[in-house]
Design a protein around this ligand. Structure first.
Ligand code: BGC
Length: 748
């Protein structure tokens, strides 16, 4: 240990100043890394590539750490992390500090909405603020690396990890993914509250066939380059410190052995120089995937592909030693991986400050953290329906029935992936509504069902009775947290348990009814929605979901969320997404449905167009959709110049007027369509959005800039992305199926 300490501290002290430190962070610590590397034995190098799980072997780890066999630990925090760190720094030969990693997916102690919910906010600043808070809290417990954000674009609500995603659109995912990275990493990585972010899962994990987790991705090069990779490119450009491999294969090549993705594209073409971590066991799984016959082969493939850290496969350690000694893996390849790990440790300032200051845990659940959690939870809710302006509740309402298994379920409102959350800190809708109502409004609570999958109908009668005693019914349904997330895929997207029955029975009370859906994914609830007057889709809103919903229900805040993903009517429509390619035979509204087909109808009688007999061609709700308590009118779209020169830019703008009586936020969306291309183009693609606040009666002009690079698409013939000259349609819209339309030409 002493050997290394003196080596490091002398130059650092000589420079002295904090400004120098920051400068050095940008310089990537080449000298320090090389000096340290030159002192390492082969075994010590391999040890730095070994990432082990401390949650079930922390005690056992001490010996391995002392022996230099472990470089990073996941799932270990606080005092235990400090204890292991002391072993690494004070008792191992080189004293290289450990890097502690954890899945801080949507908050650490203060839990924010699931990422899919955050995406519905279309609010980069707020998403960044939430990630900053997550970093402040997690670093107080010694965590300096988090496996977030998950920027896998997905078009499949059956896939459980859609909850962790930012939805179906590459542009939205890129913007919010970058916001998360900025929030997590802060201004400088070496600040004690900075968390190294991890763009995952590289790549195409969200394209798991059939929406079944870990399944293969069999996709075109076009889909890969135009929809899957752009968020990762944005993450690399934003300085995301690390990337994670994905479990799946892409067209026959497992991601964890994918040299093209990591070496050629990420590090080569994109010029990124961070650290790549495998997914949990994913190197070992190369064997199970029928890609490698032996674990030796798995190690060779992964290290050569540019995967630096082996998370729990126990393959790099111990197999790389022999593989390097026998020349099967070049030591130069190993050295590069070690450089990437050491550089990150220097950048994080771990050599100067290896320990966490556990007194900082006083920041958990700080008031401003809870305020931000509430704001983000509020902006994550999408108002899907509001007939007769049932919402917000007015002063005339004197009693409300609060019904449903999600009304008072703290664990469930937290959503997937929150290892460190304490449900006791959650404020449920029931608690928040009861506090809001006070003596003024009577709250009649009856869960009706104990949990979302509950099939027993015995308590439904009590719920109906509560509805009958009340002026308005608030019905909280959805999915428990355990039904979405990793390996939680569903083949059926209906409400689980007897929840539909509960809705049916309560609807018979004839009272105005508002459905509040708390779920990890889109659900096929068209029939249930038909029975309700109002619907708030709240995803899993986290610690402050209750107060957020109470504010929306009572109109303290106006809903502003928009759907980050298309909602299907039936699971058989999946995949259904807004930026689809056009068929040669688009269906119209005259498409004949199954129920209307005459018996013995002639083969040709239905026409030949592209739709499903049960549900037509439209989704239940399109991407970008969401209502407000006020109304917005879009007028007068204009383009600054009908011709966009190949190095120039044009502006497109329109007026957005608040035609209602209350202030509201509107997500104004920019869509573009290339009218014809050398490969067919999608019907429209999101290229910009702005969330604006508009006072009642006020009109604002919302303007977007369009440049040729925004119109680029992948050309398989030469492997390059560029725009093609020709005609373009452009819309400024409040959702992906509406909008004011204009046109421009891209010049030769
Ligand atoms: C998941 C990753 C996660 C890792 C560590 C894996 O199963 O796919 O997203 O970061 O576990 O918990």
């Amino acid at each position: 240990m002493m050997r290394f300490r003196s080596l490091l501290l002398v130059p650092v002290l000589a420079m002295g100043l904090v400004a120098c430190q920051q400068q050095k962070q940008k310089e990537a610590y080449t000298e320090e890394v090389e000096a340290l590397l030159s002192k390492m034995t082969l075994r010590e190098k391999i040890g730095q590539l070994n990432l082990l799980d401390g949650s079930w072997q922390a005690e056992r780890l001490e010996n391995d750490i002392r022996d230099g066999q472990v470089g990073s630990v996941l799932n270990c925090s606080g005092e235990m992390a400090n204890r292991l760190q002391r072993v690494a720094v004070e008792e191992s030969e080189l004293g290289i500090p450990l890097l502690f990693g954890r899945d801080v997916i949507h908050g650490y102690k203060t839990i924010f909405p699931i990422p899919l919910g955050q995406a519905a906010s279309f609010n980069d600043e707020l998403v960044e603020a939430a990630s900053r808070i997550a970093a402040v809290e997690a670093t107080a417990d010694g965590i300096r690396h988090t496996y977030t954000p998950m920027i896998d674009v997905t078009r499949d609500p059956r896939w459980g990890r859609i909850a962790e995603s930012l939805g179906e659109d590459a542009y939205l995912t890129s913007r919010l993914g970058v916001a998360m990275i900025k929030g997590l990493q802060g201004e400088e990585l070496n600040a004690p509250t900075s968390l190294a972010a991890c763009a995952k899962h590289f790549a195409a994990y969200g394209m798991s066939q059939g929406g079944r987790d870990y399944n293969i991705a069999d996709i075109s090069q076009e889909t890969l380059h135009d929809y899957i990779l752009p968020p990762f490119k944005a993450a690399a450009d934003a300085g995301c410190a690390t990337f994670m491999t994905s479990f799946n294969e892409i067209n026959g090549m497992p991601a964890s052995a994918n040299k093209y993705l990591f070496n050629d594209l990420l590090r080569g073409e994109w010029g990124w120089n961070g650290m790549v971590v495998s997914d949990y066991y994913s190197i070992e799984q190369l064997k199970v995937q029928a890609f490698c016959e032996t674990l030796d082969e798995a190690a060779i493939h992964s290290i050569n592909a540019g995967v630096d850290l082996d998370m729990m496969s126990h393959v790099y350690w111990p197999l790389l030693e022999e593989l390097v000694k026998t020349g099967k893996v070049k030591e130069s390849v190993l050295d590069n991986a070690v450089r990437n790990v050491l550089r990150l440790k220097f950048q994080l300032g771990l050599f100067e400050n290896p320990y966490c200051d556990t007194t900082r845990t006083a920041v958990f659940y700080a008031q401003d953290h809870l305020e931000t959690a509430k704001r983000l939870a509020t902006e994550s809710v999408v108002l899907l329906k509001n007939e007769e302006q049932v919402l917000p509740l007015t002063d005339n309402v004197q009693s409300i029935a609060v019904i449903g298994p999600m009304a008072n379920a703290p664990v469930e409102q937290l959503g997937t992936w929150c290892f460190d959350a304490e449900p006791s800190h959650c404020v449920t809708p029931l608690r928040a509504l009861t506090a809001e109502c006070g003596e003024r409004v009577k709250v009649n609570y009856a869960a009706g069902l104990a949990y979302s999958r509950d099939e027993s109908e015995t308590e439904i009668a009590a719920a109906v009775a509560a509805a009958r005693r009340s002026d308005v019914v608030l019905l909280f349904v959805g999915e428990e947290a355990i039904l979405s997330g990793e390996a939680k895929c569903r083949a059926d997207l209906s409400l689980p348990g007897a929840q539909s029955k509960l809705i049916d029975e309560v609807a018979k009370s004839g009272k105005p009814m508002v459905l509040v859906v708390m779920a990890g994914r889109p659900l096929t609830i068209g029939a249930e929605i038909d029975k309700c007057d109002g619907v708030l889709y709240a995803f899993h809103g986290g610690t402050m979901a209750g107060p957020a919903l109470s504010d929306l229900i009572f109109g303290r805040v106006n809903p502003s969320g928009k759907l980050p993903v298309t909602f299907p009517k039936m699971v058989g429509q999946v995949p259904i997404y807004y930026n689809q390619k056009l068929t040669g035979r688009p269906a119209g509204d005259d498409a004949v449905l199954l129920k209307d087909i005459p018996v013995e109808a002639k083969q040709t009688s239905l026409g030949f167009s592209s739709y499903w007999l049960e549900v037509g061609y439209k989704p239940l709700y399109p991407f970008g959709y969401g209502l407000s308590y006020t109304t917005f009118e879009y007028n007068k779209i204009q383009v600054s110049n009908p011709v966009l020169s190949k190095n120039g830019s044009i502006e497109v703008w329109c007026e957005v007027k608040n035609t209602g009586t209350r202030e509201g936020q509107e997500v104004v969306q920019l869509y573009v369509q290339d009218v014809a291309g050398s490969s067919t183009r999608p019907c429209r693609e999101l290229k910009g959005f702005q969330k604006v606040t508009i006072a009642p009666g006020e009109t604002q002009t919302v303007s977007f800039t369009i440049t040729p690079d925004m119109l680029a698409f992948y050309h398989a013939a030469d492997g390059k992305s560029y725009a093609e000259p020709g005609s373009f349609n452009v819309w400024i819209a409040s959702s992906s199926d509406t909008g004011l339309e204009s046109h421009f030409m891209l010049e030769e």
